[in-house]
Design a protein around this ligand. Sequence first.
Ligand code: QV4
Ligand code: CA
Length: 512
Amino acid sequence: MKLFILTTLFGLGLPQHNPHFKDGRTTIVHLFEWRWSDIAAECERFLAPKGFGGVQISPPNEHIVLDNPWRPWWQRYQPISYNLCSRSGSEKEFIDMVTRCNNVGVNIYVDAVINHMCGSSGGEGNHSSCGSWFSASKKDFPSVPYSAWDFNVNKCRTATGNIENYGDIAQVRDCRLVSLLDLALEKDYVRAKVAEFMNKLIDLGVAGFRVDACKHMWPGDLQNVYGRLHNLNSTWFPNHSRPFIFQEVIDLGGEVISSREYIHLGRVTEFKYGAKLGKVFRKWQEEKLCYTRTWGEGWGFMSDGNAIVFVDNHDNQRGHGAGGSSIITFWDPRLYKMAVGYMLAHPYGVARVMSSYRWNRNFVNGKDQSDWLGPPSNINGSTKAVPLNPDQTCGDGWVCEHRWRQITNMAIFRNVVNGQPHTNWWDNQSNQVAFGRGNRGFIVFNNDGWDLDVTLNTGMPGGTYCDVISGQKDGNRCTGKQILVRNDGNALFKITYTDEDPFVAIHAESKL
Ligand code: QV4
Ligand code: CA
């Protein structure tokens, strides 16, 4: 108890807040809708060598398979059982992925959908990813098994049984989110089944969970479930390691359910981060980059040790969930690289990088009618592999933002400056800013409509450094810009506002 109070007071971190990154790594990448066999290969050939800390995977358990619309990505948020066969692969492939990623020091975090099963109009039959029979109308899922008793029915007070008013806390948690059959997590039996599912994954070697739709579950119920979880598998993690938990709660302020209700249980998604950063880089509502001097708690975000941060996620990059129109995605690559670069350079929070697939957008009155489109697929609905182009980018519609040089190099930057304070801030009172991370790294942005040409104190040892945005260090030369830091730490920076990427970053390991 004493230790608990101490760690809370001094922000040393609660056990379930620790991502258990290996070897000083710091960044999670969400390989949205990737197949397990592709993730296994990506861990070995790219993520480990480039220093990524872990992968958030799509839900691995059995899900509904829908024809109308055809195989939408969101069918995976409609569980049918906890068997490990999904659009991403079989249980055997899942185990192979976890083993191979762990063996090269890359953690796997599972997207756990535990608030609900499929939608109430999900029909009856075996249109499910492992072929298990179920009946949505009878609330019968024999492969778990769950029956009608295991769902919130009488607890929900709305006429439709769905959430109708987000201002009513009980409704949000006891009624159905967009008609998804809502599990009665107050029941010992349901808690035990959910924990059994998560424990199976822990025993196979996963490092933790992104817990879906936490706003729709009572914190006390979650606390009970988390309390049942095993420690991480000691083949790959230190003894007594608790699973890393990060909870999806969309709290942009002004709602009756606050992210604060969940922070003692694990980290929580800080949705204000991407929404605000989007406004700043888009210069909406008079926002300016210079105002980000106090980025982090100073902007009303939750405390650093509780936050998981991201520029966009799989929902708000296509208009689902909340976050709004300010969110920047790969569709705006120039702004996106800057925003992700800013996030990875800044010390606040555990950072997650999005890795997406392209889809044919079709806007009607501002709404994308194709926001449901699933991953690149074959005619039979199976997900396509991720092929690599000769330049190491991905083909067949996979965007692979994490392989964009600027983003990969900033993930490396974050590792190199890990633990260093935010220092040597400079701004022009507009959209040109710079900051350092102790004496390990320095970054300069020009998001104004005019050139930047200024000498700044980098706080770094003298020498010639390679900019890791326009290129990188390659042996004893730079493939992009060179930055000469004088012995007093000062360096001249020039960033033309029309540059392809109007920012420059140097770090201790990019020194010639
Ligand atoms: C529709 C209507 C209902 C109607 C029903 C009738 O909306 O009112 O009763 O048909 O059949 C899909 C459809 C949705 C449909 C529903 C049930 O889009 O139109 O209901 O299925 O058939 C993803 C998608 C959802 C999708 C869901 C399940 O975003 O569109 O719903 O998967 O397939 C809130 C939450 C937050 C949530 C966010 C999106 O607080 O928790 O909305 N985010 C997470 C995930 C998200 C996922 C879910 C939660 C649900 O990140 O991807 O939703 O697991 O802000
Ligand atoms: Ca619920």
